[in-house]
Every structure is written in structure tokens, then in C-alpha cells.
Design a protein around this ligand. Structure first.
Ligand code: UTP
Length: 229
């Protein structure tokens, strides 16, 4: 039987927020290396605050959205490289730059890392498109909130977490694509459309809650939100 494929979107906001990042990356990498092998893991790293800083400065300099997206992609690949250093020999040794490369790397290694692929996308979109191509069992979105809330929990203290929801309900919360570089939302609206059309289960967990991240990856228990048909 072919191994199960799981795609994990690792938000830049949990990889490099500037709080114990090296220690977290080391622990995260050990967990991912332990779980890879029994299943194949495809990791997609986001750009987070560093990407947004570059995009803001570039925008103030008058760069167009395409050039800003290209800078964002470079930062997502830099984060991929950083994580790759900690992953060890189970991981494919270079950052995949396309879905073809990622799929090909997966024939030789149970752990594959990539960042962005093309302009006008986010790494959630990359994770969704890759999962569709690979017919992945599920996508885990490891982000800076522990699930999808009724409102932004960083801004609204009355927001409550939704444990289970449909693709349609998530699409309403995700809203419409902004068309601008550096958007920030729980899961990008384009990515929601892709997971819905491919009918791939999506799980949103806090990426620094490693017990929940493990549960979501292996199909066990977790604190977070489950999204499906
Ligand atoms: P991210 O996917 O990190 O954006 O890519 P994000 O929504 O800020 O995600 P978090 O906070 O890390 O979870 C950073 C930027 O890089 C460009 C976009 O401008 C995006 O906002 N990008 C990324 C692309 O243009 N194409 C890609 O394939 C990936």
C-alpha cells in the first residue's frame, strides 16, 4: 500500500516570531523527522513577519505587487532552508521550488520542504495545490491561532473557537482574495477553494502546540478546527 501523504503549511508566524525560535525549530524538526517514514510529509513554510517587513518597505519604495510577491517568495524559501538545517537525513536536501520538484523529491525522501512557487499566491495556496496534486490524505495548517474562530481572537476577546466546520463555512470566514502581497488570514481564500474542490480534509492547529500538531498529522486527537465536507 502506498504511504499516506500529509501536507503541512507551517506559518512563518510560528517558525520565526522571534521567541525561542531555534529551540522551537529543533523540537519541531525532531517531531517531524520521527513522524516521517510511516507516512510522507510535505512541509510548506510561510514567510511571516520578515516577509511582511520586506513587502512593506518595498511597497513604500513603489514596487509593484509582482515584485513584492517575488520578495515574499524568497523569504518563504529562506525559512524553508532554515527548517531544513534542523531536519536531518530523512529530509530531501534542498528546498523544492515547484510541485514537480517536490513530488520527485518525495520518491527518494519521506520529508520534503518547500516555500512559495509563483506570484499571486500564499504558502497556504501552495500547500493546497500541492495536496491536490499529490492526492494527500489531509492538510494541516500550523498557524499562530489554535483553530478557526468566530472572529479574529487577537482582536476580539468574545471570539470562540469552532471545532468542526464545512468548507463553505470556512470560505465565508476567509472572505475574498485581496490581490495584494502579504495578506494575513487564517487560511487563504484561494486555498479554501482548492481544498474544497479536491475534498481534502483540512485541520487548523496552533503550530507551537506540538502535541496537537502531532495529533493532526497522524490522524489522532488535537486542539484545533477540523474542516471537511
Ligand atoms: P506567506 O504564505 O507566508 O504569507 O507568504 P502569509 O499569508 O503572510 O502567511 P504566514 O503569516 O507566514 O502564515 C508571504 C508572501 O509571499 C508571497 C505573497 O506576497 C505572500 O503574502 N508569496 C508567497 C507568493 O507570491 N507566492 C507564493 O507561492 C508564496
Amino acid at each position: 500500500m502506498p504511504l499516506e501523504r500529509v501536507v503541512i503549511s507551517l506559518g512563518g508566524s510560528i517558525l520565526v516570531p522571534g521567541e525561542g525560535d531555534a529551540e522551537y525549530l529543533q523540537t519541531l524538526a525532531s517531531l517531524l523527522a520521527r513522524l516521517a517514514g510511516e507516512r510522507m510529509l510535505f512541509l510548506v513554510t510561510g514567510g511571516g513577519r520578515p516577509a511582511r517587513s520586506y513587502i512593506e518597505v518595498g511597497r513604500a519604495l513603489g514596487l509593484d505587487e509582482r515584485a513584492l510577491d517575488e520578495m515574499g517568495i524568497v523569504v518563504t524559501r529562506l525559512n524553508a532552508r532554515l527548517l531544513l538545517q534542523a531536519l536531518g537525513p530523512k529530509a530531501s536536501p534542498s528546498v523544492a521550488e515547484s510541485y514537480e520538484e517536490a513530488e520527485e523529491a518525495g520518491t527518494r525522501h519521506p520529508l520534503v520542504v518547500m516555500g512559495g512557487v509563483r506570484v499571486s499566491l500564499t504558502t497556504d495556496g501552495v500547500a493546497a495545490e500541492l495536496a491536490e496534486r499529490l492526492q494527500a490524505s489531509r492538510i494541516v495548517n500550523a498557524t499562530s491561532v489554535d483553530g478557526v474562530y468566530t472572529a479574529d481572537p487577537h482582536r476580539d476577546s468574545h471570539a470562540t473557537r469552532i471545532d468542526r466546520m464545512s468548507y463553505e463555512e470556512l470560505a465565508v470566514i476567509a472572505g475574498e482574495p485581496t490581490g495584494l502581497a502579504g495578506p494575513s488570514m487564517v487560511f487563504d481564500p484561494h486555498a479554501v477553494r482548492v481544498v474544497k474542490r479536491a475534498a481534502i480534509p483540512l485541520i487548523v492547529v496552533h503550530g507551537r502546540d506540538l502535541a496537537s500538531l502531532e495529533g493532526a498529522i497522524v490522524g489522532g486527537d488535537f486542539v484545533g478546527t477540523s474542516i471537511g465536507a
